[in-house]
Design a protein around this ligand. Structure first.
Ligand code: AQP
Length: 334
């Protein structure tokens, strides 16, 4: 049986990249009958500047987005990372076998630490070790993520194998990345070479799941493009990152291949394509936004769902942590 684990950080509102690259696929896996654990990883969110007064609601909003996007909290466990103590406990154990050299090669750390690497926090540097703990704690077999998380997942596989070799056991499962769908890396609407991101400065660079129809239409209208009409083949988009991004988004929202979309729009100008893309985006996202708003108006219900989810998560995580500590030779009360 497949066991799925995947998470998002409550760093800000979820965006179209999070939806197409991850959440939409989570729902598919749930519908295929896999055992799913979907986390809101608040311990990761505090590795960058954050506002403590906002963290609780940001956490609830991510959970609301999961449910509004189609995760069924009665089938899948939706939980908050900090409510399951095993995440940070296992992280410390795994940190003893994560190599500094490998962590230094993580591109996300380099991007987020920026020029002032010396002042970056240890938490930001060790982020991929906590992510390895998130996954290994559940013995997850598959981890559906966007392309940006592939490197972190390779590290989690590496740590699992180092542990098994060092302690001569077959304890941790090697998690497989699941990079699914047409839009595995949605790019910024302002710059087709940068990934769409919650933390990018310009709000015009992303479509948030909290945006209303006017905001979505406005962002697509102002999305950077070039002056050429759309071509009839994908090869011709290789040197046109912004055009490729919009076609890919259209394809992923329509559940069609990008080639099919080009067949439909070949020779058309963006002035014709963009309103069609807005229409499609609004038709897919407006129901999610409406449901999210509804859920956020009943925070107690979200809290109940998260409390149940944490119970289910702990029931799986605690025995794995205990077994890990036994293998490592820790003392325990007789
Ligand atoms: N642009 C993207 N295209 C496709 N998938 C994406 N994901 C993120 N951005 C894109 C996927 O969304 C999941 C949750 O991501 P996260 O909350 O861990 O944050 P992140 O990957 O660091 O990216 P964000 O959303 O831009 O957040 P910030 O700005 O806070 O770093 C993951 O599966 C990720 O692959």
């Amino acid at each position: 049986m497949k066991r799925i684990l995947s998470c998002m950080q409550p760093t800000s509102h979820l965006h179209l990249g999070n939806y197409l690259g991850a959440l939409k696929n989570w729902v598919r896996l749930q519908e295929e009958g896999a055992e799913c654990f979907y986390g809101v990883v608040d311990l990761h969110a505090i590795t960058v500047d954050y506002d403590p007064a906002q963290l609780k609601d940001a956490t609830r909003e991510i959970a609301a987005a999961y449910i509004a996007g189609g995760v069924n909290p009665y089938n899948s466990a939706i939980f908050v990372q900090s409510a399951v103590a095993g995440h940070s406990q296992l992280m410390w154990l795994l940190a003893t076998m994560a190599q500094m050299g490998k962590l230094e090669r993580m591109t996300q750390f380099k991007d987020k630490a920026g020029k002032d690497k010396e002042r970056a926090g240890l938490g930001l540097f060790a982020y991929p070790v906590l992510m390895a703990a998130d996954i290994l704690l559940y013995r997850a077999t598959h981890v559906p993520v966007g392309e940006d998380q592939k490197q972190h997942l390779e590290l989690a596989r590496d740590i699992a194998s180092t542990f098994n070799t060092r302690y001569k056991v077959d304890h941790f499962i090697q998690p497989e990345p699941y990079i699914m769908g047409a839009a595995t890396r949605v790019m910024s609407l302002r710059d087709g070479t940068q990934k769409m991101s919650k933390s990018a400065e310009s709000d015009l660079s992303r479509i948030n799941l909290t945006d209303d129809a006017d905001a979505i239409a406005n962002k697509i209208k102002r999305a950077k493009t070039d002056s050429e009409p759309l071509p009839d083949n994908m090869n011709a988009l290789k040197t046109r990152p912004e055009a490729l991004n919009l076609v890919t988004i259209y394809a992923a929202l329509a559940d069609k291949s990008p080639e099919k979309i080009l067949n439909q729009f070949a020779g058309k100008q963006f002035s014709e394509f963009k309103p069609k893309l807005s229409e499609l985006a609004v038709s897919k996202l407006a129901p999610i936004t409406a449901r999210m708003n509804e859920l956020m108006s009943d925070k107690e219900e979200i809290d109940r769902i998260l409390a149940k989810g944490a119970q289910r998560a702990r029931a799986v995580a605690e025995p794995v942590l205990k077994e890990t500590m036994d293998i490592m030779g820790f003392w325990k009360a007789p």
